[in-house]
Each structure stands twice: as C-alpha cells, then as structure tokens.
Write a new protein. Structure first.
Length: 257
C-alpha cells in the first residue's frame, strides 16, 4: 500500500492584504448536509471528534490520530495504522457505509505546502481507503482535491501599491466537497465531487507577470469564479477504485503550491 507523507501546511504571511470584501458577493459552494443515503442502502455520515478520536454516531467506527500514527478501528479492533516520523494526516470527518457495513470508506487528507518570496501556498488532497469485511487488505481506492490556497505577488513600494490599488496579493482559492449520489439504486456508492475555484483581485493567472500588466481598476477588486476549475465529476466504483467519469482539469494555478 502506498504510504505517503507530505509536509504539513505552513502558516502563510504576506506583505500586503487585500481590501475587505463583501462576503455575501463572493462565490460559494453549497455545503453537503449529512447524513445522506441512496436507494441502494449506502450511507454517508459525519464522524464526530472527541479527544483526538473521530467516531461514527453509533460508535462502531473510529479514526484515531496520534502524534505519529492514525488508527482505524471497529470496536476495539485496530484495522490500520500509519507510522510516520514527520507527522500525520488530517482525518476527513466522514464515513461512507455500505449495507450492513459490508464495506466502509474513510479518508485521510494529505497537505503539500510551499513558501517562497512574495507568498506561499498549501493544497490538500483526500485519499480514500476501503475496508471490507473478511479482507485483511485496506487499499487506497481514490483521491480527490479537498482545498487549496495560494498567495503570490507583493507590493514593494508606493508605486506598486497605487498600481495594485493596495490589493498587493494575488489569491487563489480552491475547495472541493464529496457527496453521495442519492439517485444510485444498486451496488456500491456512487460519489459526486463538486469544486469551486476563485481568484482575487478579479481573474488572475500565475503564468502572467503582474509588473508588466496595466494597473488595476476599481472594477478588478472582486473575487472571480474560475469556470474551468469549478466543476462536477462523478466517482464510480470499477471493482478496484472510485474512478472519475471524466478526467478533471489539472487546475495547477490552484492545486500546485
């Protein structure tokens, strides 16, 4: 089984901060309401955290994060442990349960971080693991982008500040949410990924050089939705993993710090 540990997200500092925005006007991704179930009897439920343990409502399944391990257990039986000397992943606070718990899916979030002159960023992807009754194997069965935030650029003098209207930082934000396809009527769960990608101020590109562009206008000071990287995909079980029904865009401006 692939066991990957990526550096924990760093606290990001920038020389300038963008002017206050009207939060009501910013694009939003509707929240997933749990629990939810499909017609096949699959369920998606929240895990509640207490003292470092994330457990299902009935207490049957728990994910416990220690200083260097993550253990997944049913009752008191340890099913999986990560032992990483450099840190531990985040627990995705959700469990997907097939009828009679024949199989369950849990997720762990791994964060990649990078800091550099003028900014930095972090991006988190959730790896899904499937636990099946009667099997000692706990394979990885899918990965999806959970969130990312990247800030680049800075103002170095008053001319920069005037040209940028004090919006010195380019901010790239990405959020993903996974839901159960409630219309699925048979077999394993079918998962639906929805994402929202935005940039500020206005439409930005990390491949452009802001020092050669025209000064910002007042009309540029808004949070812009990226239609390409704000998408929906289905993740369908193919007997080995949850595969995308069509390949998502790379969205490197958002997902590669």
């Amino acid at each position: 089984m692939k066991r990957l540990m990526i550096a924990a997200a760093a606290v990001l500092m920038s020389a300038c901060t963008p002017p206050a925005q009207d939060e009501a006007a910013a694009p939003e991704l509707p929240a997933v309401t749990l629990p939810m179930a499909d017609a096949a009897g699959n369920r998606m439920e929240a895990l509640s955290e207490q003292n470092g343990r994330w457990c299902s409502g009935d207490g049957v399944w728990c994910v416990t994060r220690g200083e260097s391990t993550v253990a997944i257990s049913r009752g008191r039986i340890e099913l999986l442990t990560f032992d990483e000397s450099t840190g531990t992943p985040e627990v995705w606070p959700v469990i997907i349960r097939e009828p009679n718990d024949a199989s369950v899916v849990i997720g762990l979030g791994w964060t990649q971080s990078q800091m550099y002159s003028g900014g930095g960023g972090d991006a988190t992807k959730v790896t899904l693991y499937r636990i099946t009754q009667g099997s000692a194997l706990i394979p990885e069965v899918g990965t999806w982008p959970s969130r990312a935030n990247i800030t680049i650029r800075a103002c170095f003098d008053e001319d920069d500040q005037r040209a940028r209207r004090e919006a010195c930082v380019d901010d790239y934000s990405f959020v993903g949410q996974l839901a159960l396809d409630t219309e699925n009527a048979s077999g394993p769960p079918r998962l639906l990924l929805s994402t929202l990608a935005t940039s500020y101020p206005g439409v930005r590109s990390r491949s452009s050089d802001s020092t050669t562009e025209a000064p910002l206008q007042e009309s540029d000071l808004f949070i812009a939705r990226d239609d390409t990287c704000s998408y929906q995909r289905a993740m369908v079980w193919d007997q080995e993993s949850f595969a995308y029904d069509s390949e998502p865009p790379a969205c490197t401006d958002y997902l590669e710090p």
